[in-house]
Design a protein around this ligand. Structure first.
Ligand code: MG
Ligand code: MG
Length: 260
């Protein structure tokens, strides 16, 4: 799974330099698709069933779009934020990861939203080393976001991942008594989950757009999304979609510029 995760990480390094004013979201998607094909990796998002099959290899969600945005002719403008979410399988194993990038300069409150969302993902990974149950991690994630003055999206959650992209368990970024009672799970070696907080600046509520896929905030305020595929090993959590560690053999991914 680390190999699939490295290819997903490298795909994000292909996408990141394209995030600038004047570029369309379809151009970014095309670059990621070409990269996956060159790696012999199978894109996981294209063809995901819905009212219409998902048509692209990335979900690209701009500003008030939360998740599941469809790449297209939209041109990025200074001050936008763009969430790029993508996944692939390699050798029969899956990886899934998302980043939200600023396009040029963004306002201070939007910058704070990006930092909060990246921060709550980092917090979750840290806590996975020291907590036994997901409910305890999720409770602290929700508190972190609340303390930032933002809201955690509750309509969408993370997921188990392995041979397929979406497996049990469901991995919410918040905790309810019903979750703790009925759906909680142990953080034990062998577990692999995609942790993916979605944070809204305003209301936590989302609404679908009429393209059958894109989910937007109800109040039109911005939303951010970060995701890593994380394994629990005997030595603790391992981020499978992280950049290559020093000394790690990552030569099989085509060399690309940039860092995580
Ligand atoms: Mg994803
Ligand atoms: Mg995911």
């Amino acid at each position: 799974m680390r190999k699939a995760g490295l290819v997903v990480w490298a795909a994000h390094q292909v996408a990141r330099p394209l995030v600038r004013p004047g570029v369309t979201t379809a151009e970014i998607d095309a670059a990621v698709e070409a990269f996956f094909l060159a790696q012999g990796a199978i894109p996981l998002f294209k063809g995901v069933p819905g009212k219409v099959p998902f048509p692209a290899v990335c979900c690209i969600s701009v500003n008030d779009e939360v998740v599941h945005g469809i790449p297209g002719g939209r041109v990025l403008r200074p001050g936008d934020i763009i969430s790029i979410d993508t996944g692939c399988s390699l050798g029969g194993w899956c990886g899934d990861s998302a980043y939200t990038h600023p396009v040029g300069e963004v306002s201070p409150d939007v910058q704070k939203l990006l930092e909060c969302t990246a921060g709550v993902l980092a917090l979750a990974i840290e806590l996975m080393a020291v907590r036994n149950r997901w409910s305890d991690v999720a409770t602290e994630m929700a508190k972190y976001v609340r303390d930032c003055g933002f809201s955690v999206v509750e309509n969408f959650v993370g997921h188990g991942i392995g041979r397929t992209m979406h497996e049990d368990p469901q991995v919410p970024n918040f905790c309810t008594p019903a979750f703790r009672r009925n759906h909680d799970f142990e953080l034990e070696p062998g577990l692999v989950i995609a942790v993916e907080p979605m944070v809204n600046m305003g209301s936590k509520k989302v609404r679908p757009l009429d393209d059958y896929w894109t989910q937007s905030t109800v109040d039109g305020r911005p939303s951010a999304h970060f995701e890593h595929t994380v394994a629990i090993t005997e030595a603790g959590p391992a981020v499978l979609t992280a950049p290559p560690a020093s000394g790690e053999d990552a030569a099989f991914v085509a060399p690309v510029a940039g860092d995580s």
